[in-house]
Design a protein around this ligand. Structure first.
Ligand code: FES
Ligand code: FES
Length: 168
């Protein structure tokens, strides 16, 4: 079985897996990360999302053989990524999107929130002050069976204000 060297949350891991093994299985089963979730397994719900070189990516349909040499950030790595983006001396406990989701009491069951937070962090890194339409458009590929979309919208706005140093 081939070996692959992966860069995950700024740490290097060597894993042994068949070439077509989904990245999600590596993250969950070999690296024992708790952020990415298995939802549909078909690239359609977003619960497995991670950032690959900063772009939100469905890890359930991404082969391990396709991501060698790329930088993978999971939910666990978002505070450190934010610290590097903002040149902070140390990572905060939570990424501002995570903090805003907590403050808005947004999740219900929470199953979709890995993907919601990963996607919102990607959005705000590119669009610091998004409109409602921009948020809805960016998040539209992420499904929440509990229907918490209005609170996600509020939380993303809250995070945007927080990242600018203001309040909402
Ligand atoms: S589990 Fe990957 S998109 Fe649903
Ligand atoms: S909070 Fe339950 S699926 Fe989104």
């Amino acid at each position: 079985m081939p070996q692959y060297t992966l860069r995950v949350n700024n740490a290097t891991h060597t894993v042994t897996a068949a070439a077509d093994t989904p990245l999600l299985y590596i993250l969950m089963d070999q690296l024992e990360l708790k952020g990415p979730r298995f939802g549909c397994g078909l690239g359609q719900c977003g619960s497995c999302s991670v950032l690959v070189d900063g772009a939100e990516t469905r890890s359930c349909i991404t082969r391990v053989s396709a991501i060698q040499g790329k930088s993978i950030t999971t939910l666990e790595g978002l505070p450190a990524l934010y610290a590097s983006q903002k040149r902070l001396a140390a990572p905060p406990e939570f990424h501002p999107v995570q903090q805003a989701m907590i403050e808005e009491q947004a999740p219900q069951c929470g199953y979709c929130y890995n993907g919601m937070i990963v996607k919102a962090s990607e959005l705000l890194s590119k669009t610091p002050d998004p409109t409602d339409i921009q948020i809805r458009s960016a998040m539209s590929g992420h499904l929440c069976r509990c229907g918490t979309y209005p609170r996600i919208l509020k939380a993303v706005h809250r995070a945007a204000q927080s990242m600018k140093g203001g309040s909402r």
